[in-house]
Design a protein around this ligand. Structure first.
Ligand SMILES: [Zn+2]
Length: 411
């Protein structure tokens, strides 16, 4: 591990990036096992959740990504945790958050993490907006990051579409501008206001089930900040390695990787996964079923997409059934399909339709609507945390900090 740390420090100094914390890195820290240099012009879209390619990771290699920040104190707590284990991650930041907390953006960069773009205002309409509008959001996000860091080269040409609400025109725009579109390999549902222990449990379960990949977390969520130490500790004890991803540049050549390492390989899933999705049975070779968007709660209905990636507001989180549901499925060895996780395993219990704000559950019990507060627009009142848990999307509401995170941690 010392060798890993030393190698990272050397690399970091060569790359001119921050090494804060690396010198004090404990010998048993999780660390970064290797830095993967990727060429966005060569592989334009990543993440098995939606695409046919993901990062060329080896078994037991994990890439950490954090979306929607920065937002102190949570982002700072996460940076502290990452530094304590000498781990590097990729932060997909929202331009308006960047404008609000440029110092945190600089801290992320100076500590050696990859800074990437998650749009300017995080609209949940990327699947249906005009490409001109999408371009504004994309370029606006990059402009905010460039302004905060003062150097366009400091910002990775990586983009994650808000809500993962893809459409062809937007993907084509991103590819044409040499921006690499990042989806995910697994999520931890940390935008659904579940407890930190549950965030950690789901993250570890899903990483373990798949064996390698890109984990999506949200650095604006208090539960995530609290869960991260447990996630890193558990990854370490289970022998997982953290890979740091950076973009190729003129003086930083891409990591050579076999093309088939980029291709999604569907590992055989545990038998108790409860849902079967058919794939091409006429294929001459047995084909492992790919998780489809439907498995994660996204359904394609004509041009519209229903997204269930909204918070559930389920206040009975404590009573959540164990994941995965231990339904026993018999799988023939010559089967052309294998069971994979169903949406209900991810607690996407309600379908969320972008652009149609959901009515509060309690509306019927309340007096007429004129006594209700007007609904805040996206990021309305931002960045102050809102008392209401009602939100248009999963990350637009920041829950009140728990007691042990309430102390000011601004840097
Ligand atoms: Zn987001």
């Amino acid at each position: 591990m010392r060798r890993t740390v030393a190698a990272y420090v050397l690399l970091a100094s060569l790359l001119g990036i921050g090494t804060a914390g690396a010198a004090e890195c404990p010998a048993d820290a999780l660390g970064v096992s290797r830095t993967l240099v990727v060429d966005p012009t060569e592989h334009v879209r990543l993440g098995s959740f939606q695409y046919n390619e993901s990062l060329p990771l080896k078994d037991h290699e994990v890439v950490l990504t954090f979306d929607d920040g920065p937002l102190p104190p949570y982002t700072n707590r996460i940076l502290d945790t990452l530094a304590s284990e000498c781990v590097k991650a990729t932060f997909f930041m929202v331009g308006r958050m960047v404008q609000g907390y440029p110092a945190v953006v600089r801290r992320v960069y100076n500590e050696g993490h990859t800074v990437a773009n998650h749009s300017q205002t995080h609209p949940f309409t990327f699947h249906k907006m005009s490409v001109e509008h999408a371009a504004q959001e994309i370029e606006g996000g990059f402009a905010s990051l460039n302004a905060a860091l003062g150097d366009p080269k400091a910002v990775a040409p990586f983009f994650r579409i808000p809500g993962l609400l893809r459409q062809d025109s937007v993907e084509h725009y991103l590819a044409a501008h040499n921006y690499m579109t990042w989806s995910v390999d697994f999520v931890a549902d940390d935008w659904t206001h579940i407890k930190s222990q549950e965030v950690a449990r789901r993250a570890i379960n899903r990483i373990e089930a798949r064996g390698k990949g890109i984990l999506l977390l949200h650095d604006i969520q208090p539960a995530t900040a609290l869960a991260l130490p447990d996630i890193l500790k558990e990854l370490k004890s289970r022998g997982f390695k953290i890979v740091h991803v950076v973009p190729a540049t003129a003086d930083r050549p891409k990591t050579v990787a076999e093309p088939e390492l980029w291709a999604i390989r569907r590992a055989p899933e545990p038998k108790f996964w409860p849902r079967v999705l058919p794939v091409g049975v006429e294929s001459p070779e047995p084909v492992l079923a790919a998780p489809s968007p439907a498995s994660f709660g996204i359904e394609f209905v004509g041009p519209a997409i229903k997204v269930a990636m909204a918070q559930t507001f389920d206040r009975k989180a404590d009573a959540a059934p164990a994941w995965p549901n231990l339904t026993d499925y018999t799988v023939q060895s010559e089967a052309h399909v294998l069971p994979i996780a169903g949406a209900r395993n991810f607690r996407y219990v309600r379908v969320f339709r972008p652009g149609e704000p959901e009515k509060p559950k309690v509306a019927a019990k309340k007096p007429p609507a004129r006594t209700q507060r007007p609904r805040a627009p996206a990021y309305g009142g931002w960045p102050a945390p809102t008392r209401s848990s009602r939100a248009v999307g999963h990350q637009l509401t920041v829950a009140r900090p728990p007691v042990n995170l309430a102390a000011p941690q601004m840097r």
